[in-house]
Design a binder for this molecule. Structure first.
Ligand code: CTP
Length: 481
């Protein structure tokens, strides 16, 4: 079989091959790079395995590539990396590895190509291409990885209990590849994940989060999360999501299964946005439901304030999963808290004031919020769906109209607290806060326009009601009053 490398990489591979021949080292391109040639996916990292010293080969290749090549040597691991014009090339000598049960640190010994291949995660990642001159392009496939690729199967090359015990993160990798590539997990491999699921405890949260991010960014992310659920990994990693499962019935009335609803919302959103944290917001938007669930014999099941409860649950999850706690947490919290607002708006009359308040609270995330709300429509009743979408269309056009008119998004009132203190010679305190809120509410309710002069006059009047008089005509502001 003849194999072709990506044009950008052809030259690099040629140089690696020449250096390998000079050093008389049996050398192969291996792993994800070979897999992606067959799956016609672009790949920027090349993994090279040689029978001998990977570091020695990397040094010769870097020397040959010239000054644009950056070499890093990791003596302790016996590996080296060459970065060249945006491509990362990893070099390693073929090895046997076995792992200690309680740590991921492998015990490494030199080995043959076959030893190296069989210690890898899945058959689709065990393909190797020989690049020495006499066998250039020969495909080595001892575990039938090509067949599994054709059959769209994720399967371990060894007994799956051994593969997953060696590195439990591979259980997440199996699900990530299934979700990302649209493959199925081979039944024995799947059963082994279920059996070994508790071994995931020895893996760092950062590495798990990395896999979860890749799963959530796949084209149809519910595939990955359903698999996480079926293998039991979801219950261990994100129990708040697993708690969404199930339908309770009282007096003959059931509620919808919030987990399948969430899966639909996530897939809907994946159709309209690739934003990582917006996808997380979709996944978490209803996590407050189990804790807010009540049954009222008159109205049936309710989930009042689930958006608030869900928002409050988020920090603990982010902390546990080692997700970023700054802006990203705030963003997801905001979207969860506000996700019912546009729906509530479309139920009754869409007033300018309600739209202004929504714009004010959502700020620059208003467009993402609307995408989330549209994805949240999962009703099976076509009439209802049509009605919701029509209402959202109206909300969107109102949002545009009000935004153009009042510039509320990320708005700051034209007079701030310091100016209020100067105007009425006030010390910092409650009254300044009250006047500031009165200004904000008046603007959002459309009582005064979002302009300096109008706000100034409004303040004079409001302060007057409290017995305050203007002492300084706002020296902070240079605008003409
Ligand atoms: N590998 C493994 N077990 C792991 C991680 C990696 O056996 N836990 C092996 C696989 O053969 C994999 C190769 O090391 O193909 C390179 O790993 P990596 O670059 O992490 O994965 P890729 O398969 O290249 O895919 P991606 O870059 O998308 O993670």
């Amino acid at each position: 079989m003849e194999l072709y490398f990506d044009k950008r990489h052809g030259k690099i591979v040629e140089i690696i091959a020449e250096e390998a021949d000079k050093l008389q080292m049996e050398t192969y391109i291996i792993g994800g790079y070979v897999r992606d040639i067959f799956l016609r996916r672009a790949s920027k990292d090349i993994d090279v395995v040689c029978v001998g010293s990977g570091i020695r080969l990397a040094q010769s290749v870097a020397g040959q590539l010239g000054t644009q090549a950056a070499l890093s040597v990791f003596k302790n691991f016996g590996t080296a990396q060459v970065k060249y014009k945006g491509t990362e090339i990893e070099f390693v000598g073929a090895r046997k590895e076995s792992y200690n049960r309680n740590s991921r640190k492998p015990i490494v010994e030199n080995g043959t190509l076959e030893d190296d291949l069989k210690r890898r995660d899945f058959t689709i990642n065990t393909l190797a291409i020989h690049i020495n001159k006499e066998n250039f392009g020969e495909l080595i496939d001892p575990f039938n990885g090509l067949q599994d690729m054709n059959d769209l199967l994720i399967r371990t090359p060894l007994d799956p209990d051994i593969t997953f015990c060696d590195d439990p993160l591979r259980m997440f990798r199996a699900i990530r590849f299934a979700s990302l590539l649209g493959f199925s997990i081979y039944p024995e491999t799947f059963e082994a994940i279920r059996r070994n699921k508790n071994r995931i405890e020895i893996i760092s949260k950062e590495r798990i989060a990395d896999e979860l991010n890749k799963i959530i960014l796949s084209p149809c992310p519910s595939v990955g999360f359903e698999l996480l659920d079926k293998t039991g990994l979801l219950e261990i990693t994100l129990p708040e999501l697993a708690a969404l499962k199930g339908v309770e019935t009282k007096e003959g009335v059931g509620h919808k299964d919030n987990f399948s609803h969430t899966m639909k919302v996530l897939d809907n959103l994946a159709q309209t946005s690739d934003k990582l944290w917006l996808r997380w917001a979709a996944l978490f938007h209803d996590i407050g439901k189990p804790r807010s669930k009540r049954f009222d014999p008159k109205t049936g099941w309710t989930f009042h304030t689930h958006e608030y409860i869900g928002m409050k649950m988020l920090k603990e999850i982010f902390r546990r999963m080692k997700f970023p706690l700054g802006d990203k947490l705030k963003y997801v919290e905001k979207l969860i808290l506000l996700h019912m607002r546009p729906i509530a708006l479309s139920d009754d009359e869409i007033t300018d004031s309600a739209i202004r308040r929504l714009l004010f609270e959502a700020g620059s995330d208003i467009d993402d919020l609307m995408l989330l709300c549209e994805a949240d429509i999962t009703s099976k009743n076509p009439g209802k769906v049509r009605q919701f979408l029509a209402n959202f269309k109206l909300v969107r056009s109102k949002l545009k109209e009000i935004e153009e008119k009042d510039r509320i998004r990320n708005f700051q009132p034209p007079v701030d607290g310091l100016q209020i203190m100067n105007m009425f010679n006030l010390p910092p305190g409650k009254i300044v806060g009250e006047l500031k809120s009165a200004v904000k509410d008046a603007i959002l309710d459309g009582i005064v326009p979002n302009e300096y002069k109008a706000v100034y006059d409004f303040l004079v009047e409001k302060a007057g009601e409290k017995g305050l008089e203007v002492v300084s005509r706002d020296p902070q502001n240079t605008a003409t009053v």
